[in-house]
Design a protein around this ligand. Sequence first.
Ligand SMILES: Cc1cc2nc3c(=O)[nH]c(=O)nc-3n(C[C@H](O)[C@H](O)[C@H](O)COP(=O)(O)OP(=O)(O)OC[C@H]3O[C@@H](n4cnc5c(N)ncnc54)[C@H](O)[C@@H]3O)c2cc1C
Length: 433
Amino acid sequence: MRYVLIGNSAGGIAAIEAIRECDKKGEITVISDEPRIFVRGKPHINYSRPLISYLLGEKVTLDKMPYRGEDFYKDNRVELILNRKATKLNLKKKEVVLAGDRKLPFDKLLIAAGGMPVIPEIKGLNSGGVFTFTRLADARNIKNYIRTNKVKEAVVVGGGLIGLKATEALMELKIKVVIVELADRVLSATFDKKASSIIENALGRKGCELITNNTVVEIKGKNKRAEGVILKDGKKISASLVIVAVGVRPNIELVKNTPIKTNKGILVDAFLQTNIKDIYAAGDCCEAEDLLLEMKRPIAIWPAAVRQGKIAGFNMAGARKEYPGSFAMNSVELCGIPTISVGETYPEGKGYQVLECFDQKNSVYKKIVLKNNKVVGAIFVSDIERAGIYTGLIKDKVDAASFKEHLLKEDFGLISLPKEYRKHLVAGEVAVI
Ligand SMILES: Cc1cc2nc3c(=O)[nH]c(=O)nc-3n(C[C@H](O)[C@H](O)[C@H](O)COP(=O)(O)OP(=O)(O)OC[C@H]3O[C@@H](n4cnc5c(N)ncnc54)[C@H](O)[C@@H]3O)c2cc1C
């Protein structure tokens, strides 16, 4: 059996582990267009993508980035093809074509090609000093650019999770940052106004300027160095570094012009198989089941990619396992403030009930969203201690009618839950996301 995996990150690596659990003999080949990185002569073959902002901000060093060692590939007898792009799929011949025209035959193929940064239409994107921020190479290139150009001022286009993580890193390097955000607040995809305001105030206290309801229309630069940006309203901001972080979309490049079906991402069934037999997809590039919305959509978070990679790997190796679905959940610390947002966080329409507690002075915010007495979403800022219980209620779709008044009380805990559900928790029957 020849397994070919495109992508050597959360989804791809989880698939290797699952395949080897079931098939000790088959050949596994992993392709990635990202290179090996050498730290003091030692090769590093993968890295934890969510850590790239900490690398840029010098909170972690390069040697702490990998999450599986070189031995992992040797032990699992994986042939690695790194720094090489898969450019084409030949479905009739069951082959992956690589840059340089090498052809790799497969019996089972996994596409775990991740996401791609969205590039907005901005004049002068090629000015120099303009970067996206999704890869380890981006963090290293930005760092080199900052050093060579002695950057003191930067503009970050986009106030979503990646934009804020980049901002934090730049502020660690004592760079003055202006965030330009099209929406009326930061983190608008997952946070409501109250939650966003806590982070915005914290950013302000750290010296970051935030411009909302606006966008960058032009980047000015000279001699491969940015000099500033022009906003939609004509305002000019001086900056020698511009980071474009307006979003990430599923990477479906490879399956364009093939019969593999896509929507925003690659479409898969409950076994993570595409509409073409023996071709699977997992992680940020695909659309799998959203448990809460009961529809397929991309959920671009690390744990979902790992779980999908695992399930895809099992199915590729012949152990039939169904993907139970997942839901959007972000757990992230911003400006030293821990936050969690899960599911539907600012519901629109009928049938919702919202419970809230907002302590602006102490930057604490808790919000629970219920629909038909079931918890379907939550936001926690600063106090995230019991968030695990609420996410459990969400994924198990527990009827909270009998205890919902207690959900936001100080003493709310496992003991507040119905006895039957507690028994179910102890028995470990809870679906894992
Ligand atoms: C800055 C940042 C911070 C983040 N923070 C968090 C966080 O706090 N929590 C969280 O849950 N998630 C976070 N994420 C999201 C998380 O990193 C992704 O959900 C996860 O990495 C997805 O894994 P994946 O395996 O699907 O794809 P990826 O990690 O994107 O990996 C895909 C791999 O496939 C390779 N590839 C793509 N196309 C080809 C090709 N044609 N040929 C060869 N190789 C190819 C790519 O180079 C890449 O190495 C963050 C992401 C970023 C960028």
